[in-house]
Ligand binder design. Sequence first.
Ligand code: ACO
Length: 427
Amino acid sequence: MSRPVYLVDGARTPFLKARGQPGPFTPVDLAVQAGRPLLMRQPFEATAFDLVILGCVNVIQDEMNPARVAALRLGMGEEQVAFTVQINCGSGMQSIDTAMRYIRDGSHEMILAGGTEALSHAPLVYSREATEWFGDMARAKGPLDRARAFADVRPDFFSPVIGLERGLTDPITSLNMGQTAEVLAHRFGIDRVTADTYAKESHDRLHAAQQEGRLKGEVLPVFDREGEAHELDDGVRPDSSVEKLGQLKPAFEKPYGKVTPGNSSQITDGASWVILASETAVEAHGLEPIARIVDSQWAALDPAIMGLGPVLASTPLAQRHGLDCGDIDLWEINEAFAAQVLACLAAWQDDSFCQDVLGYDAAFGRIDRGRLNVDGGAISLGHPVGTSGNRIVLHLANAMKARGVTRGIATECIGGGQAGAMLLEAA
Ligand SMILES: CC(=O)SCCNC(=O)CCNC(=O)[C@H](O)C(C)(C)COP(=O)(O)OP(=O)(O)OC[C@H]1O[C@@H](n2cnc3c(N)ncnc32)[C@H](O)[C@@H]1OP(=O)(O)O
């Protein structure tokens, strides 16, 4: 059986910049804050879902299986089955992909699929020596044992590493994510002004979308324990300029690198949900679909050039549906780094890349900037890694509907050398 799958609604929190301290919300807090108003505006009960799937990369110990904890806190009923998925930056898209397949095969009618991440809550990680020492202390049987353990201790055991720094470093190549973007900048000749100009556009587009109300209904305010409301993505900097961006120092390859804090995705906290439904559920509840999720594709490649992943995932997806570059009205390519997105655009225009890597006769084509990330992206609004894949699908659906266009692709690179892509059509 292969049934149509509809995206009928969705919402997210504002993305809140991680400012060196744990932010006001845990991953589940964020998922609940986005989910509660979303569920309240539906014409059905919160218990009507067959399944909850939530992507999350950095699960915290107090919230193991955040999908289930969120479902219970959202009042979705004790009988609500809920599981968490993790494929690094693809987690929020993986939840949609799994949900789409369950509905398509006829086994489920309506699924809540999301992504959540609180990067500001990244744990501090101690060295192996320190962990062993803590174990020795815990096992010590008396004062003599404890004194022996103390004699072994060295102060450098206790220099903690911020878990996020490890998480953003590829375990096979030992390159951090920014360095993989430097590899692509070098390979495709992306210069600093081009990367900074792209970054400036990202901020300008998000600012315009906020001012003109294009995120209304998609971004819902969240309230912290002090009752303070957070209403907008707070990393947006419309005051910036290409000149100011040009003064920032490289973040990952000093002194000549092209990747800076200004043209990288920001480290943020945030959650996003979409509701996927079968035709039966749409009719039963009188829902109005925003878009149809047509198909998806995953791909894998050398982790050192993981940023090219969108090319390897979305081109075969388009090809499978007989679509050329010009047939895609809107693109959401997650902005891990400006140089990384620009490298993808360059690869799609490169005859030999498309012949050698994709097996095409010639270049796939030029993706016009007017069709790409039309309301900003992770450079301006941030990249809570387990959430972004969900956000780009939700925003693509809303942007397609707002502009009255037929077809779009949301795609993202994934740390570790993978990528995901999703094809949407007007409902
Ligand atoms: C598969 C994937 O998706 S891979 C991607 C995964 N995600 C990542 O790898 C995260 C990438 N990003 C990062 O690691 C971080 O954002 C970094 C390291 C690049 C920068 O981190 P920070 O130094 O904390 O950034 P911060 O926001 O404080 O900016 C640093 C400076 O640049 C300035 N700056 C940043 N953006 C701008 C801008 N648009 N205009 C002007 N100045 C700016 C800030 O004001 C700050 O200046 P200050 O030091 O005088 O206060």
